[in-house]
Design a protein around this ligand. Structure first.
Ligand code: LER
Ligand code: MN
Length: 270
């Protein structure tokens, strides 16, 4: 297992769950000094980014980019894939394709969280699930051509209206049946939606490609009531090799939250 955290790229002013302060270069240096293996890059629009500069900043810091996170495509620009609005869907696909191109350039996966949209955005249809599956397939097929993996994140019911749990995520994995489509599980969402976090991890283990860590209250681990001894013992048994990456509230400040998380992870990852 490797340690990571979510970091805003140069085109994102503020990510509500991203860590570290300073310029992009300063944040990359801080992540490396803390002992992170890599960072999850939060982007808004790759067209506005200097790709070689981003790559060289991260390479010089010795950081991998396991994944690009797309939350701000929805959060800042309202883009989403599962919608009846053809124009919105086309713009969301175009932007997602450019994120996939950047991911291919950086050797990263691409996460789909809130960017997926919602079933209710499809309007009054009797069975929205198969329509949603086909809406998602477009970007997954495009990613496959670029050799990029897509991770779907089950998200709690207060933020979306489909794919809440690991079981929901595996239903989508099975219905899509694409080798480049897997799951990212976020312990904060799992604590709300999964009957048992450890069981959810086991259920998804064949397609578990990334993990977001936060405690039950979305503060740095150790601040809430999640049983991390049991969670990490489960990941060990499953021989999970991917990233455990901090996505949490930047409190008491973004640097302290990052430092506390990496210190906490050291106890489990080494
Ligand atoms: C994104 O990874 C996430 O977990 C969401 O809660 C953001 O809204
Ligand atoms: Mn998350």
């Amino acid at each position: 297992m490797k340690a990571g955290l979510v970091l805003c790229g140069p085109d994102v002013d503020h990510g509500p769950l991203a860590l570290l302060s300073g310029t992009f270069e300063e944040k990359a240096a801080k992540a490396a000094n803390l002992g992170c293996d890599g960072i999850e890059l939060m982007v808004r629009d790759p067209a506005g980014l200097d790709w070689p500069a981003v790559k060289s900043t991260l390479e010089q810091a010795g950081l991998e980019v396991p994944q690009i996170v797309t939350g701000e495509l929805f959060g800042a620009d309202g883009l989403c894939l599962v919608t009846a609005d053809e124009n919105l869907h086309r713009r969301a696909e175009e932007r997602t394709r450019s994120v996939i191109d950047l991911a291919a350039y950086l050797g990263a996966m691409v996460n789909i969280g809130r960017l997926r949209g919602q079933l209710k955005y499809l309007g009054d249809v009797s069975d929205p699930w198969p329509i949603a599956v086909e809406r998602l397939r477009g970007v997954i097929d495009y990613a496959a051509q670029q050799d990029v993996k897509i991770t779907m994140e089950p998200i709690n019911r207060y933020e979306t209206d489909f794919v809440f749990s690991a079981a929901d995520g595996m239903r989508l994995v099975n219905d899509l049946d694409c080798d480049n489509f897997g799951l990212m599980l976020d312990l904060f969402h799992m604590n709300i939606e999964d009957v048992c976090i450890e069981e959810g991890l086991r259920l998804a283990s064949d397609r578990l490609w990334h993990v977001h860590i936060a405690d039950s209250n979305r503060l740095y681990p150790g601040s809430g009531h999640l049983d991390f001894d049991s969670i990490f013992a489960t990941l060990e048994v499953l021989e999970y090799q991917g990233y455990v990456s901090a996505e949490l509230l930047p409190l008491p400040d973004p640097d302290t939250a990052a430092q506390k998380t990496v210190e906490f992870l050291e106890g489990y990852l080494n």
